[in-house]
Design a protein around this ligand. Structure first.
Ligand SMILES: [Fe+2]
Length: 473
């Protein structure tokens, strides 16, 4: 059935500002308060799951919808809104047929034979590398699109060299232009592979990394010389499905460890460091200090993803909070500590010129309550060097998502730039794109753009400077 045809949906993901939108726009934004800096030129993009068809609304998984990108183009003070489905082959096939083809593990055998075993939904994150803008979904290959109109080009497999799933969170080293990526394979060994792609977009090295069981490895980190992998115990176990349970569940007995691999080295050389039991969807950054590799990320004590019951109010074990791990490559010692013990936060982004080296600032979505389901009620600017933070609250009835940092052209300091994000205003029933001056964060937005259409909550954001897309391939 078409989700748009469901009257009064009971499923939370089809209600309020989670509800998908079905109309595509490409139009100027005219309702602007404050002033858009004329030096802000490029695209702020936010991707998410935006399903069109569903077989059983009750069994819909929020990660499973078609990818849709919402884009705000800034051009010398003018603003344009573009939103468009990521037109992968699978999305187009379902549009043509007018129904679901891939329904998780219940896909009809004749459909699987005709259309292939899975659909690239490309709905999770985006990256611009080697002249190409790519929409990403872990478990699939990158999908190439052209900015600013989001015209589809197609899947890329790096001239046949990419032989593993591609993470939604590869990392670009801004000093070398290299892209470090990895992928996890649930079905066969090695359960993890790491690849290196040059500044020119050539995949030059792939290596397998052995881990005991397949796990959901959602993010990685890089320092100047190393790749950091997270083998954390969100384990895939197909035997549980026969019992009617989730195949993905938190199994602390499997251990929690970080693997550190020199860039370009073989997977057999990875060094594992045991840490206190945890889950971490997203890292913030990693860097090297003396003999130590330091990783910062949003850590929770556990992950209830496979549990039948959601965490109750007051149970903060699922709450991601900013955390630091230090791994001594010489002695093997591990030290870890909380960087924030009061508030949960997620979707922490940085000035990407600092990927792999010590960054001072990160901009994170603050979690309103005890779990991620509470929503994000503001943006926190953390000063990781001085251990302080500033919070910009969206205000009552207003929730947002992942903020992005857009660097100021010619900026000298790490926080010379803008923090940009979408906000949903429940009372006014509209979406806004807000722009804060990162160096004057405490002053709140310098500009607010009322979006000409509702922008549903989604996953990750990206910023692409205009000069990058003008040189795209
Ligand atoms: Fe993510």
């Amino acid at each position: 059935m078409r989700i748009a045809d469901i009257e009064n949906p009971t499923v939370p993901y089809f209600r309020g500002n989670f509800a998908p939108v079905q109309v595509e726009h490409n139009e100027p934004c005219t309702e602007i308060s404050g002033e858009i800096p004329t030096a802000l030129n490029g695209a702020f993009l936010r991707i998410g799951a935006n399903p069109v068809f569903v077989n059983d609304p009750e069994s819909y998984h929020p990660f499973a919808g078609d990818g849709m990108i919402h884009e705000v183009v800034f051009d010398q003070g003018r603003v344009t809104y573009v939103n468009r489905f990521v037109e992968t082959q699978g999305h187009l096939a379902e549009q043509e047929l007018g129904r679901v083809i891939w329904d998780g593990l219940k896909t009809a055998p004749e459909d699987a034979e005709k259309y292939g075993p899975s659909k690239n939904i490309a709905n999770t994150a985006m990256i611009f590398h080697a002249g190409k803008f790519l929409a990403l979904q872990e478990g699939a290959h990158p999908f190439h699109l052209k900015l600013p109109n989001l015209d589809p080009v197609g899947e890329t497999d790096y001239e046949g060299r990419l032989n593993h799933p591609f993470s939604a969170h590869p990392k670009i080293d801004p000093r070398t232009g290299e892209l470090v990526t990895y992928g996890y394979n649930v079905m066969s060994k090695p359960h993890c592979c790491v690849s290196l792609i040059t500044e020119k977009g050539e995949l030059v090295h792939t290596t397998g990394v052995d881990i005991p069981k397949p796990v959901m490895m959602h993010d990685c980190a890089i320092s100047s010389n190393h790749t950091i992998l997270m083998d954390l115990p969100c384990v895939f176990d197909f035997t549980r499905m026969a019992e009617g349970k989730s195949m993905l569940y938190f199994e602390p007995e499997n251990g929690s460890r970080f693997g550190i691999l020199e860039r370009g080295a073989e997977g057999s050389e990875v060094r594992w460091f045991d840490v206190a039991s945890c889950y971490c969807y997203h890292t913030v950054n990693a860097f090297e200090e003396g003999d130590e590799v330091v990783v910062e990320g949003c850590r929770s004590e556990r992950n209830s993803i496979g549990d039948e019951e959601r965490p109750k109010k007051g149970d903060r074990r699922d709450l991601p909070m900013l955390h630091q791990w230090r791994f001594n490559l010489k002695t093997g010692e591990v030290r870890e500590r909380a960087l924030d013990s009061d508030w949960g936060s997620e979707f922490a982004r940085i000035n990407e010129d600092y990927i792999g080296v010590r960054n001072q600032f990160t901009y994170a979505a603050r979690i309103a309550g005890d779990t991620l389901e509470s929503g994000f009620d503001g943006i926190v600017k953390y000063d990781l060097v001085n251990g302080s933070s500033m919070h910009y609250p969206y205000g009552p009835g207003r929730l947002g998502g992942e903020p992005i940092f857009a660097p100021k052209p010619g900026g000298e300091n790490e926080d010379d730039g803008w923090v940009i994000g979408f906000v949903w205003d429940e009372q006014l029933q509209h979406s806004e794109c807000i722009v804060l001056d990162a160096a004057r964060f405490e002053e709140g937005p310098i500009a607010r753009v009322v979006m000409p259409a509702r922008v549903p909550f989604g996953f990750h954001s990206a910023w692409v400077d205009r000069n990058l897309w003008e040189a795209q391939q």
